[in-house]
Write a protein that binds this ligand. Structure first.
Ligand code: PLP
Length: 404
């Protein structure tokens, strides 16, 4: 048989968080090595478990959750999401505006498949959560990356963003709170972004999956609460705020210029029907999660486990000669900068691979997040403090003599 090639649709489609370096980690594990995986924002394996009431509710509903559901999701889940956004200041939210999916990941793919014609352009932050770029490319579009400015707490560089707009630009993606930088945008920044979107009639896609994981008194505004004249798609889910990434539950909420977007929304309904529905037992978690006690706030407050780990890891990283890191306002990652005049790195992917091989700790290189220079990496601060401290000690030891 002749070689079977993958489809040309996959050109420009990659997801390096689970790419070659992670594959090498898997191979090393198969050889018997223990690898500390600081590459994925997956809270449960680090002991951040779901609130009990969520598990109980899912188990309770299991016997009645054997069939398919409505393609947009079970009604109580959609109502709970609509009410959540109403409480966050979005007017006119309705259960029909909600699509429940198998994680935000599935809904990002659907939203872009339904929106883009070939060569349509989408503005995506750099650095980004790389699924966004991959999904735009898979949908036949072109990702145009706008730079976020490390000197300005990683806020979007609006001049750079404007310079990336063309006649083909169709949508603007925001990731807020941001993965990988931990930035949370002020209302001023959001309003400026919305004004640009308004001038160019862009659809706004706001990924807010970390909207409850906030530090140091930071407040989060849902972009859609500031605008009702454009079409806004807000993405959220249970993977991070409620630590149940394995349940694969996310949602897409449509607001603003819904009437003008009827054709597109009907397209989304077709796509949702084609995959029948999201995992039904786990959809039952949504209402309990959103309506119940928000234990995440205990974890992110000073003295809480997530806060303390963030704070300790951030301080320790900043003490390493040649590294500097903006303090995250949200999410669960640090994205330190490597001063390449002090640490001789030419290829950041090779650096994380060398670190993995020598010290059995898995990080992700900055270019995996569509950051153009090889001078950053991402570290997840989910392990307990002692384990994180050991991993960062090893990093310091490694970088102390590292040279490419
Ligand atoms: N969006 C962002 C910014 C993420 O960081 C992630 C996962 O890490 C996702 C979306 C996907 O989440 P889900 O588990 O809901 O598919």
């Amino acid at each position: 048989m002749k070689p079977i090639q993958r489809s040309s649709k996959l050109e420009g489609v990659c997801y390096d968080i689970r790419g070659p370096v992670a594959q090498e980690a898997k191979r090393m594990e198969e050889e018997g090595h223990r690898i500390l995986k600081l590459n994925i924002g997956n809270p449960a394996p680090f002991g951040f478990e779901a609130p009990d009431e969520i598990l109980k509710h899912v188990i309770h509903n299991l016997p009645t959750a054997q069939g398919y559901s409505d393609s947009q999701g079970i009604y109580p889940a959609r109502v709970a999401v609509a009410q959540y956004y109403q409480q966050r200041g979005i007017r006119g939210a309705d259960a029909d505006d909600v699509f429940i999916g198998n994680g935000v990941s599935e809904l990002i793919l659907m939203a872009l498949q339904g929106l883009l014609n070939n060569d349509d352009e989408v503005l995506i932050p750099s650095p980004d959560y790389p699924l966004w770029t991959a999904a735009v490319n898979l949908a036949g579009g072109k990702a145009r990356h706008y730079r976020c400015d490390e000197q300005q707490d990683w806020a979007p560089d609006l001049d750079d963003l404007r310079s990336k707009i063309s006649k083909k630009t169709k949508a603007l993606v925001l990731i807020n709170p941001n993965n990988p930088t931990g930035a949370v945008y002020s209302n001023e920044v959001l309003l400026a972004l919305l004004e640009i979107a308004r001038q160019h009639q862009l659809v706004v896609l706001s990924d807010e999956i970390y909207d409850k994981i906030l530090y140091d008194g930071t407040e989060h505004t849902s972009t859609a609460a500031l605008c009702d004249d454009l079409l806004l798609l807000t993405f959220g889910g249970l993977s991070k705020n409620y630590r149940i990434a394995g349940f694969r539950v996310g949602w897409l909420f449509i607001s603003g210029a819904k009437r003008q977007a009827q054709h597109y929304v009907d397209g989304l309904r077709i796509l949702a029907s084609m995959r029948l529905c999201a995992n039904v037992p786990c959809q039952h978690a949504v209402q309990t999660a959103l309506g119940g006690y928000q234990s995440i706030f205990e974890l992110t407050a000073p003295g809480g486990r997530l806060y303390e780990q963030m704070d300790a890891a951030w301080q320790q990283i900043n003490q390493i000669p040649g590294l500097s890191c903006t303090r995250p306002k949200g999410a669960m990652y640090l994205f330190p900068k490597i001063d390449r005049s002090k640490i001789k790195v030419r290829d950041d992917e090779l650096m994380v691979l060398d670190f993995l091989r020598q010290h059995k700790v898995l990080l992700v290189h900055g270019r995996a997040f569509n950051w153009p220079e090889p001078d950053h990496f991402r570290i997840v601060f989910l392990p307990h403090k002692e384990q994180l401290e050991q991993a960062i000690d090893r990093l310091q030891q490694f970088l102390g003599s590292y040279q490419q």
